[in-house]
Design a protein around this ligand. Structure first.
Ligand SMILES: *Cc1c(COP(=O)(O)O)cnc(C)c1O
Length: 491
C-alpha cells in the first residue's frame, strides 16, 4: 500500500450513487423548468427577493453534503421565483435578452461534456470558428479577420482597445508599458458611450482620462466635425490620438454614430476604429435595418452581444478583428506545458488562448450555434424589426394618453419619456418619474427603468424581447397611466 493512499477507504466519486434516482429527479426538474418557461406570462415580471430568502444565502459553507432532493427543492423554492424577470414579455429594463428554450438544451449539452475551449483538438473550437465565420461574413469582414467569443461587449470593448493600443502605439508598449510613451494616448467617443469604454481604458493602463467624450448632435450621435477638431487639438498639445469608438445603438436612446464618416476620419488620421455594437450589432440580421450599419465593415474591430438582441442565454458576446494577426500578436504567449503538437489532442491550428486573455473558456459557441440554427437568422432579424415597431407603438400609445412626452427620438427599440405632471399635482416630474418606475416594477405588471437625459431623469423602455406582443405594450401604457393618476393624487 502506498503511504497516505486512502482510496481503499473511500472509492466514491462525485457521480450520483443512484443514477436511476438521479435520472428520475433530473427529468422532473427539467419538466418543471419547461413549465416555468411556458407559463412565464402568468407570473409577475419581477418579485423582490424577500428577507427570509436573502437570509438563506448567508449560511456557513457546506462542509457536509446536502441530499439531492433537498437541493432540488431549494432550487425550486429559493431560485426560480426570484429571477431578474428578463424572460417575461413585459420586461423592458436596460437591454436584457430573453433567452430561448433551445438555449436551455444547449447549456445542458455543454455542461455535460464540460469542454475547455482554450485550445486543443476537439469539436468545440470548430463550432466557435463556425460562429465567428458567420459573423465575419455578415459584417463583411475579410477572410483574414479573426475574433473570439467573450462574456459580453464590456469584455469585447476591452479586447478591441487592447489590440488597438498595441497596434497603434507599437509592440514596445506591450513589453515596456505605457510609461515608455511619456504622452497621453486618447480614445474618442461621445457622452452617450457605454461605461465599459471608460473601464476598458482604466484597465488597459491608458487611464479613464484617456477617453474624450465628445458632445452629441440633436440625434445624440457623434459629430464628425467635433471629432476632427478634437484630434487636431490633441496633436497640437502633444497627446497621441489612438482610437475612435463609434456606437451603433447607444444604451440610453439607441442612437447610431455616423460610422461611415468615422471610418473616413480614422483612416486619414491613422487611428483605430472600434465599433460598440452591443445592441445594434443585431441589426445585421435584418434586411431592412442592416443599412443602418453602413461603414461598420470598415472598422478595425467590433464588439457585439448574442445575449442581448439575439436571445442566446447569458453570457455570450463577441469581438471581431479585421486583422487576425494583430489580435494574435496582442495575446499569444505560451509556456512549455501549453505547447501544441502536430498530432493528437494537443494539435488544432487555432487555440483561442492565443487570441484573448483567458486560458480556460466555456463552450459558449454551442448555445449560440444552437439558437441561431433553431430559429434561423431571418426569424431573429424579424424579431429585431418587431421590437422596433413595438417601441414606436409604445410611443404612439403614450402620446395618445396626453400624459407623457417623448424625451428623445425613437431610433430603434428604445424609448425615453417623461410624465406630464398636471398642475396641482402632489409630485414634481422628478418624483413622479422615479415613483412610476418603482410602482410599475413592484406591481409585477412590467419592468421599465429610469435614466438621465440632458440632466433630467426620464423613464426608459428597451424592448429586446421576443415574447412581447402588442397587448403587452398597451398593458404597460394602461398601468403607467393608472399609476400616474394615483401618484398625482398623492396616493
Ligand atoms: C450592454 C452594452 C454594453 C456592455 O455589454 P455587456 O454584454 O453587458 O458586457 C456595451 N455597450 C453598449 C452600447 C451596451 O448596450
Amino acid at each position: 500500500m502506498i503511504p497516505g493512499d486512502t482510496s481503499h477507504v473511500d472509492g466514491r466519486t462525485l457521480d450520483p450513487e443512484d443514477w436511476d434516482d438521479f435520472e428520475c429527479r433530473s427529468h422532473a426538474l427539467l419538466s418543471d423548468l419547461l413549465t416555468y418557461l411556458k407559463q412565464v406570462r402568468s407570473r409577475p415580471a419581477w418579485v423582490p427577493v424577500p428577507d427570509h430568502i436573502k437570509a438563506r444565502f448567508r449560511e456557513p459553507a457546506p462542509w457536509e453534503r446536502v441530499p439531492l432532493s433537498e437541493l432540488i427543492d431549494r432550487l425550486r423554492s429559493d431560485i426560480l421565483p426570484y429571477a431578474t424577470g428578463n424572460i417575461h414579455p413585459r420586461f423592458f429594463g436596460w437591454v436584457h435578452g430573453t433567452g430561448t428554450a433551445e438555449g436551455v438544451l444547449a447549456e445542458m449539452v455543454a455542461a455535460t461534456i464540460n469542454s475547455n475551449v482554450g485550445g486543443r483538438e476537439h469539436v468545440a473550437p470548430y463550432v466557435e470558428r463556425q460562429v465567428l465565420d458567420w459573423f465575419k461574413n455578415l459584417f463583411q469582414f475579410p477572410p483574414t479577420a479573426g475574433g473570439i467569443l467573450v462574456s459580453g461587449t464590456s469584455m469585447a470593448n476591452i479586447l478591441g482597445l487592447a489590440v488597438a493600443r498595441d497596434a497603434i502605439l507599437g509592440a514596445s508598449v506591450s513589453r515596456e508599458g505605457l510609461s515608455e510613451l511619456g504622452q497621453q494616448p486618447i480614445v474618442y467617443s461621445t457622452e452617450e458611450h457605454h461605461v465599459s469604454i471608460r473601464k476598458a481604458c482604466q484597465l488597459l493602463g491608458l487611464g479613464s482620462r484617456a477617453v474624450r467624450r465628445l458632445p452629441v448632435d440633436e440625434l445624440r450621435r457623434m459629430s464628425p466635425d467635433a471629432l476632427v477638431r478634437a484630434i487636431d487639438e490633441d496633436r497640437r498639445m502633444g497627446r497621441i490620438p489612438l482610437a475612435v469608438v463609434g456606437t451603433v445603438g447607444t444604451t440610453n436612446t439607441g442612437s447610431i454614430d455616423p460610422i461611415q464618416r468615422l471610418a473616413d476620419i480614422a483612416r486619414s488620421e491613422s487611428l483605430w476604429l472600434h465599433v460598440d455594437g452591443a445592441l445594434g450589432g443585431a441589426l445585421v440580421l435584418s434586411d431592412t435595418l442592416r443599412p443602418l450599419l453602413a461603414g461598420v465593415e470598415r472598422a478595425d474591430s467590433i464588439g457585439f452581444d448574442f445575449h442581448k438582441w439575439m436571445h442566446v442565454p447569458y453570457d455570450a458576446g463577441c469581438v471581431l478583428f479585421r486583422d487576425a494577426e494583430l489580435q494574435r500578436r496582442s495575446f499569444a504567449a505560451r509556456d512549455p506545458y501549453l505547447e501544441s503538437t502536430p498530432r493528437g489532442i494537443a494539435a488544432g491550428d487555432v487555440w483561442f488562448c492565443d487570441y484573448g486573455p483567458e486560458l480556460s473558456r466555456s463552450f459558449r459557441a454551442l448555445k449560440i450555434w444552437t439558437t441561431l440554427k433553431a430559429h434561423g437568422l431571418k426569424r431573429l432579424g424579424q424579431l429585431v424589426e418587431r421590437n422596433c415597431s413595438q417601441a414606436r407603438l409604445l410611443a404612439r400609445l403614450l402620446e395618445r394618453t396626453g400624459r407623457f412626452s417623448l424625451a428623445a427620438p425613437v431610433v430603434l427599440n428604445i424609448l425615453v419619456f417623461r410624465p406630464l405632471v398636471r398642475p396641482g399635482s402632489r409630485s414634481t416630474v422628478e418624483e413622479a418619474t422615479r415613483e412610476l418606475a418603482f410602482r410599475l416594477q413592484e406591481s409585477g405588471v412590467g419592468v421599465l427603468t429610469s435614466t438621465t437625459l440632458d440632466g433630467t431623469i426620464a423613464l426608459r423602455a428597451a424592448i429586446t424581447n421576443h415574447r412581447t406582443n402588442a397587448e403587452d405594450v398597451s398593458l404597460i401604457v394602461a398601468e403607467l397611466e393608472r399609476q400616474l393618476t394615483s401618484i398625482e393624487r398623492g396616493d
